[in-house]
Design a protein around this ligand. Structure first.
Ligand code: FAD
Length: 467
C-alpha cells in the first residue's frame, strides 16, 4: 500500500466510518482501522440497531398478546421463539455492517483490521487482527467511541451482572430482571424484556426516570411504563449483589435509608458510558485525557498534537450516533479547509420506548436555569385524530419559545413514533424558526405531527383542537 495516507481514521463506528467516507468524497487517500471483525462500531453491532430491532419485534409481540384482540384479531396460542427473534436481529445487524464494508469498498477506503496504537510522526501501529503492520497518515482521526460504565460494587460478570451488550443477546427471557439506571438504554432494554414476560424492576438514583427530559415528560413516561408492567424504584441506591440459597439478591437503599432486596436472575447495569481509549497509546504521543477520560479537542476537533483529531463518543458532548456522524463530516471538512460546523444546540435525543420520548434544544427547566423568559405550548395526544385511530393517545407535544422573540428554544414530545415527529422541530430550530412559523406550517391530516403544530400554536394560546 502506497503511503502515507492523507487521512487515517481509528474506529469504524458512525463517527469513524462517516468521516472516512467524507474524506474519500473530498479526494483524500483514506484508511480506516478497526479492531473488531465487523465494521460499524457500537451503534451497528451492539447499540442503536440491535436494540431497535428488538424493540420492534417485541412491540409486535406485545401488541399480539395484549392489543390485537381489541381489533378483532384472534391470536390465541401465541408463543415466542427467542432463538428466531435473536436470529432476526443478528441478520439486521450483519446486513448493516456488511453495508458499511461495501461503502468502504465503493469509496476506495483501505480497511485495516486490528487494534490501532498511535506512534509519533503520524504513525499507527496495527496489531492483533488480520493486518499486522504500521501505517502513516498526514492526518489521524480518533473515533474509538465508548464502553459501558461499571459500578465498582457491582462488577460485570457477563452472566448475571451484564451490560447492554449481553442484554441484547439473552438466550431466554429472564424471570426477574433488575435494570440499574433509568436512562435511554435501561428503559429500552427494560421494555424489551418486560414485553416478553420478564418481571422488570428499574432502580434509579435520581427521583425521575429519563432525567434529561422535563419533569412532566418523565412523569408521564413513568405512568405509561408502569401501566405496561415495569416497576420503578426512584431515589434508590444500589449497594451490591449477594447469593443466598442459590439465588441472586440485589441490595439497595431506598430514599428513607431502608435496605431493600430484589431477587433476580439478570442485572442490567445501564448507568452510562465512558470514552474508550484503551491501548490507543495517547500518553506515548503526549495527549492527556480530561477528568472524565475524554480527549480534549478545539472547535476544529484538533487535539493537543498536530495532525491528530478526535470525534464522537470519545470527546465531550452527548454520546449519540448522529452527533458522532456530524462531527466526522465537520472534522474532515475542516481538514480540507472548508467550513465544517456542528450545531450543538440542535441535536435531537430520543428514547425508543412505546411511546417514544424525543427532544431537541433546551428543556423548560434548563431555560429557567439560564434565566430566560419563556412561554410554553402543550398539546395532548388525546385530542389528535390519528393518535386515537392508532391507539397512540398516551403523550403530548410541548414547545418552549422565547417570550419576547417567539424563537423556539426547545421541543419535547412523548408519543408513538415521536422520533420521526421531532425532525420537523429540529429543522425549524436549525433555521432559527419561531413558534408562529411552526404553528403556521401545514402538516398533513391526519398525522401525529399535527400535535406538534398545535403545541406551537398553543404557545400563544391559539391551538385549534384544545378544550
Ligand atoms: P463507536 O460506535 O463506539 O465506534 C468505535 C469503534 O472503534 C468500535 O468499533 C471499536 O471497536 C473501535 N476501536 C476502539 N479502539 C480502537 C483501536 N485502538 N483500534 C481500532 N479500533 C478501535 N445512539 C443513538 O444516537 N441512537 C440510539 O438509538 C442509540 N442506541 C444505543 C443503544 C445501546 C444499547 C448503546 C450501547 C448505545 C446506543 N447509542 C445510540 C449510542 C451510540 O451507539 C454511540 O453514540 C455511537 O456508536 C458513537 O459512535 P462513535 O463512532 O463515536 O463510536
Amino acid at each position: 500500500q502506497e503511503q502515507p495516507f492523507d487521512i487515517a481514521v481509528i474506529g469504524s463506528g458512525p463517527g469513524g466510518y462517516v468521516a472516512a467516507i467524507k474524506a474519500a468524497q473530498l479526494g483524500f487517500k483514506t484508511a480506516i482501522v478497526e479492531k473488531s471483525k465487523s465494521l460499524g462500531g457500537t451503534c451497528l453491532n451492539v447499540g442503536c440497531i440491535p436494540s431497535k430491532a428488538l424493540l420492534h419485534s417485541t412491540e409486535m409481540y406485545h401488541f399480539a398478546a395484549h392489543g390485537a384482540d381489541d381489533h378483532g384479531i384472534d391470536l390465541t396460542n401465541l408463543s415466542i421463539n427467542i432463538e428466531k427473534l435473536m436470529a432476526k436481529k443478528d441478520k439486521i445487524v450483519s446486513q448493516l455492517c456488511g453495508g458499511v464494508s461495501q461503502l468502504m469498498k465503493a469509496n476506495k477506503i483501505t480497511v485495516f483490521n486490528g487494534l490501532g496504537t498511535l506512534k509519533d510522526n503520524g504513525k499507527i501501529e496495527i496489531r492483533g487482527g488480520k493486518s499486522e503492520e504500521e501505517i502513516t497518515a498526514k492526518h489521524i482521526i480518533i473515533a474509538t467511541g465508548s464502553a459501558s460504565v461499571e459500578l465498582p460494587f457491582l462488577p460485570f460478570d457477563g452472566e448475571t451482572v451484564v451490560s447492554s451488550t449481553e442484554a441484547i443477546a439473552f438466550d431466554e427471557v429472564p424471570k426477574k430482571m433488575v435494570v440499574v439506571g433509568a436512562g435511554a438504554i435501561g428503559l429500552e432494554l427494560g421494555s424489551v424484556w418486560s414485553r416478553l414476560g420478564a418481571q422488570v424492576d428499574v432502580i434509579e438514583f435520581l427521583p425521575l426516570i429519563a432525567p434529561t427530559f422535563d419533569k412532566d415528560v418523565s412523569k408521564m413516561a413513568e405512568r405509561v411504563f408502569k401501566k405496561q408492567g415495569m416497576n420503578f424504584h426512584l431515589s434508590t441506591k444500589v449497594t451490591g449483589l449477594k447469593k443466598e440459597g442459590g439465588k441472586n439478591i440485589l441490595t439497595a437503599e431506598n430514599k428513607k435509608g431502608e435496605e431493600i432486596e430484589f431477587e433476580c436472575d439478570k442485572v442490567l447495569v445501564s448507568v452510562g458510558r465512558k470514552p474508550f481509549t484503551e491501548s490507543l497509546g495517547l500518553e506515548g504521543i503526549g495527549i492527556e485525557t480530561d477528568d472524565k477520560g475524554r480527549i480534549p479537542v478545539n472547535e476544529h476537533f484538533k487535539t493537543s498534537v498536530d495532525g491528530v483529531y478526535a470525534i464522537g463518543d470519545v470527546i465531550a458532548g452527548p454520546m449519540l450516533a448522529h452527533k458522532a456522524e456530524e462531527e466526522g463530516v465537520a472534522c474532515v471538512e475542516r481538514i480540507a479547509g472548508e467550513a465544517g460546523h456542528v450545531n450543538y444546540d440542535v441535536i435531537p435525543n430520543v428514547i425508543y420506548t412505546e411511546p417514544e420520548i424525543s427532544s431537541v434544544g433546551m428543556t423548560q427547566e434548563e431555560a429557567k436555569e439560564k434565566g430566560l423568559d419563556v412561554k410554553v405550548g402543550k398539546f395532548n395526544m388525546m385530542a389528535n385524530g390519528r393518535a386515537i385511530a392508532m391507539d397512540g393517545t398516551d403523550g403530548f407535544a410541548k414547545v418552549i419559545a422565547d417570550k419576547e422573540t417567539d424563537r423556539i428554544l426547545g421541543v419535547q414530545i412523548i408519543a408513538k413514533g415521536s422520533s420521526e415527529m421531532i425532525a420537523s422541530a429540529v429543522a425549524h430550530m436549525e433555521y432559527g424558526g419561531s413558534a408562529e412559523d411552526l404553528g403556521r406550517t401545514i402538516h398533513a391530516h391526519p398525522t401525529m405531527s399535527e400535535a406538534l403544530k398545535e403545541a406551537a400554536l398553543a404557545v400563544d394560546k391559539k391551538a385549534i383542537h384544545s378544550v
